[in-house]
Ligand binder design. Structure first.
Ligand SMILES: [Zn+2]
Length: 316
C-alpha cells in the first residue's frame, strides 16, 4: 500500500496547517501541509484543475494522501495563504501585518482564489489611496496620529517592498502610492532599493523592474514638483515692498529639497510659507493646489505604469 510513501527526513509537518483527515499534502520547500482538496477546489480554479489531472502510477504519497509540490513558493507565505483559506476570513495576525498580507495577496492571485484576493485588496486599498481626495484624507489621519488597520505599511521598508512586489502582479492600482511611500521611506538610500532589506532573517528585495520604476519616478516627480507644484517658489519675484520673499525663497527651497535632491511634489509642509507676503502666499498656494492635482493624475505614469483609469479595478 505504502510503496510510494516518501520518508522525508528533511521535511516537517506544518504545525498549524496539518489536518489529520486532510486529503492532500502540499510540499513547499521543506514544509508539508495536509489540507482538503475539496475545499481548495471550491475556492481555486487553479487547484480544481490541478486535482483533476491524472496521477502517474508512481506518484508520490505522504500519509496515504497524494503529495503535490509547489516549487516556486515560500513555505511561510503558503502557510499564511492556506490559513486564510481554511479560517473564516483573513486572520487578524495576517491582516494587520503588511508583509504577511502581501503574501496572501500574491498567492491568492497566483492560485486564483478570487474571494481571498478581494479581501486582501479591500484591506490594502484604504491605505493605498488611488484618488487625491482619499490621499489627503489619509494624510490628515496620519497627521492626527490615528492608527491604521495595517499600520506598519506606511513606515517600514520590508512592508512597502513586500506590498510593492505583490501589487505589481496582483493589484497594480496599489503601486503608485506604495512606490511613492517607498521613495519617501528609503530616504535616498539606494542600497535599500538595489540590495533589499532583511526581515525575519530573509532578504526582501524589490523586483528589478520596480527598481527601475522607482528610480525613474524619483527624477520625474522632482521635475514635476519644480515645474508645476512650486514654480512660483522657483521663479517669481515679489511684487510687494518691505517684504523679504525673494530671500525667503532660497531658505524654503533648502527645506523642500531632500539631501539627495529629491523634491516631493505631494508632501505637505506646515507653515514654511508663513513669512511670505499675502500676494506671494496666494500665488504659491494656487500653484500647489492645481499642481498637486496634476501630479496625482500623472503619478502612475511617473513610475512608468498605466493610467489610474486602466489600473483601477472596475468596481471603483
Ligand atoms: Zn512676496
Amino acid at each position: 500500500m505504502a510503496t510510494n510513501e516518501v520518508i522525508r527526513a528533511c521535511s516537517s509537518r506544518s504545525e498549524d496547517v496539518w489536518f489529520e483527515d486532510g486529503t492532500v499534502v502540499l510540499q513547499v520547500e521543506n514544509t508539508l501541509f495536509r489540507v482538503y482538496s475539496g475545499l481548495l477546489s471550491r475556492h481555486s480554479p487553479f487547484f480544481k484543475h490541478l486535482f483533476t489531472l491524472p496521477q502517474p502510477p508512481d506518484a508520490e504519497c505522504c500519509d496515504g494522501c497524494p503529495l503535490i509540490k509547489l516549487v516556486a513558493d515560500d513555505a511561510e507565505d503558503v502557510r499564511d495563504f492556506l490559513l486564510a483559506i481554511h479560517e473564516i476570513g483573513i486572520p487578524n495576525a495576517i491582516a494587520g501585518n503588511a508583509v504577511r498580507l502581501s503574501a496572501v495577496l500574491q498567492l491568492s492571485s497566483k492560485y486564483e482564489v478570487a474571494e481571498l484576493h478581494l479581501k486582501a485588496v479591500e484591506i490594502l486599498t484604504p491605505i493605498c489611496p488611488v484618488t487625491l481626495s482619499t490621499y489627503y484624507a489619509l494624510d490628515a489621519k496620519l497627521r492626527a496620529g490615528e492608527s491604521l488597520s495595517v499600520e506598519c505599511l506606511l513606515n517600514t521598508l520590508p512592508a512597502l517592498i513586500a506590498v510593492a512586489n505583490a501589487a505589481s502582479t496582483a493589484a497594480p492600482h496599489l503601486l503608485p502610492f506604495v512606490l511613492l511611500q517607498l521613495i519617501r521611506t528609503s530616504d535616498g538610500d539606494n542600497d535599500v532599493i538595489f540590495g533589499g532589506v532583511i526581515h525575519n532573517n530573509k532578504c526582501i528585495m524589490l523586483k528589478p523592474h520596480l527598481q527601475t520604476s522607482l528610480m525613474n519616478g524619483r527624477s520625474t516627480l522632482t521635475r514635476l514638483a519644480r515645474d508645476i507644484v512650486y514654480p512660483s517658489v522657483f521663479g517669481h519675484s515679489c511684487p510687494e515692498e518691505g517684504f523679504f520673499c525673494d530671500s525667503l525663497r532660497i531658505q524654503v527651497l533648502s527645506e523642500l529639497y531632500r539631501w539627495d535632491g529629491f523634491l516631493d511634489p505631494l508632501r505637505r509642509q506646515a507653515n514654511i510659507f508663513a513669512h511670505f507676503c499675502g500676494s506671494c502666499k496666494n500665488r504659491i498656494k494656487a500653484d500647489m493646489f492645481s499642481g498637486r492635482a496634476a501630479v496625482w493624475s500623472e503619478l502612475p505614469k511617473a513610475f512608468g505604469l498605466s493610467s489610474w483609469q486602466e489600473l483601477t479595478p472596475l468596481d471603483e
